[in-house]
Design a protein around this ligand. Structure first.
Ligand SMILES: [Zn+2]
Length: 401
């Protein structure tokens, strides 16, 4: 295995991506391997993603070993990457709503698009083509970095398949962030049935963020079975990432402080990711006055940049016991029984959703629904709508699950 030492020019070139030229590299595996799609820099100012994808692409090209699966290394928001901004008109990682996807899908008739619709349409065409060739499990990764200094961490949509994959990484992971955000690309991939993992590699501009991304990509390729671990220095990458992460924790996201530009939200200075906070602690200010922690826990992803719609998140560590219990409950299909509880009924238009009246929602905390694989969707008047994922325990792409 050759090691890379890049010249100054090569490093600069790593960031440049021609507009609309998403595929950094594509490798075809043998007949029965998995398909792995890795997206980097879907937020255009997070250059570590594209840099790491290019470095991994070069090493894979130079290696003598072939991949066993199909591997797609994909640049995210190409137009924003070149301007070094998070997005052009709208956040591409909040753009994957069913309405936008229908409008920008290759099957749609619309041909004139602008802003992030262009990027989305082009990426959708690549994803559709990749999925039409699938011959095994599908994995999707999304690489990010943070505005404030942070140790790296992973983000996992709460399905049993995602959790099983995430547990193979020496990583702290946040569970349930998808319940707080609408329209992420990984949410779209989850709905299609892929196993997904998001990654925050550290502070945007640091060299450490690029190295962490690289280590994560290599581990993902090995853990998914897309490469043979014996052909590449996987243990070195594992040790590197374990060292960068510190101790491994699983943290449940409990609260998101959503902001709009007109709120003029400003985070109090000095908060680090994972820092403990007390209930009522003043975390920032906006037009209406101080913004306080709604509960005790730890602060996650405090916003120290201008663009963005998440002020901060609050989370708490979850114990292994609860994770094991929920795995058992979901595997035996216990979620199907909760609809017989008083005050809980099936959604008339959606077989995966339940409508829970507020009186019951107060007695049955959201955590019980989480255990059974439901997540909060929205409040509909006095009713809470919770939904289960279609592909929680079984893959639609493989017969063995
Ligand atoms: Zn990001």
């Amino acid at each position: 295995m050759q090691t890379l030492s890049l010249t100054e020019k090569e490093v600069t070139d790593l960031v440049r991506v021609p507009e609309g030229d998403y595929i950094i590299a594509r490798f075809e595996g043998d007949l029965r391997g998995p398909t792995v799609l890795v997206f980097g820099s879907i937020h255009g100012n997070e250059h570590s993603g594209v840099k790491a994808l290019k470095k991994v692409a070069r090493e894979l090209e130079r290696a003598n070993a072939a991949t066993t699966g199909d591997v797609y290394l994909i640049a995210g928001n190409t137009r924003a990457i070149n301007k070094n901004v998070r997005y052009i008109e709208t956040d591409l990682n909040r753009h994957w709503t069913p309405e936008n996807i229908a409008r920008n899908h290759p099957d749609a008739r619309i041909r004139i698009r602008q802003g992030e619709d262009i990027e989305q349409a082009e990426i959708l065409a690549i994803v559709s083509e990749a999925l039409s060739r699938v011959r095994g499990e599908v994995y999707a990764l999304d690489l990010h970095s943070t505005s404030s200094k942070s140790t790296p961490f992973a983000m996992v949509g709460d399905t049993i398949r995602n959790r099983t994959f995430a547990e193979k990484f020496p990583a702290t992971f946040l569970l349930g962030i998808e319940e707080q955000l609408d329209g992420t690309i990984l949410e779209y991939m989850n709905e299609l049935g892929a196993v997904t993992l998001g990654f925050e590699a550290g502070q945007h501009t640091t060299e450490a963020a690029v190295k962490n991304q690289e280590a994560l990509i290599w581990l993902a390729l090995a853990n998914s079975g897309a490469i043979n671990p014996g052909d590449f220095p996987i243990e070195r990458h594992r040790a590197f990432l374990a060292n960068a992460m510190g101790h491994k924790r699983i943290i449940e996201i409990r609260h998101r402080h959503a902001i709009k530009a007109e709120d003029q939200f400003r985070m109090e200075p000095g908060y680090a990711n994972f820092q403990k906070v007390r209930k009522g602690e003043v975390l920032g200010h906006d037009l209406r006055g101080p913004v306080k922690a709604s509960e005790k826990g730890m602060i996650l992803m405090p916003l120290y940049q201008l663009q963005g719609s998440d002020g901060f998140f609050l989370g708490r560590e979850i114990k292994q016991f609860w994770l094991k219990l929920s795995r058992i409950l979901r595997q035996i299909g216990a979620g199907a029984w909760i609809r017989f509880m008083p005050g809980v009924k099936r959604h008339p238009a959606d077989d995966l959703s339940l409508i829970v009246n507020t009186r019951i929602a107060r007695i049955l905390p959201l955590q019980i629904f989480h255990l059974l694989g439901f997540r909060k969707r929205r409040w509909k008047g006095e009713k809470l709508v919770v939904s289960r994922r279609r592909h929680d325990t079984k893959s639609p792409f493989t017969t063995s699950g």
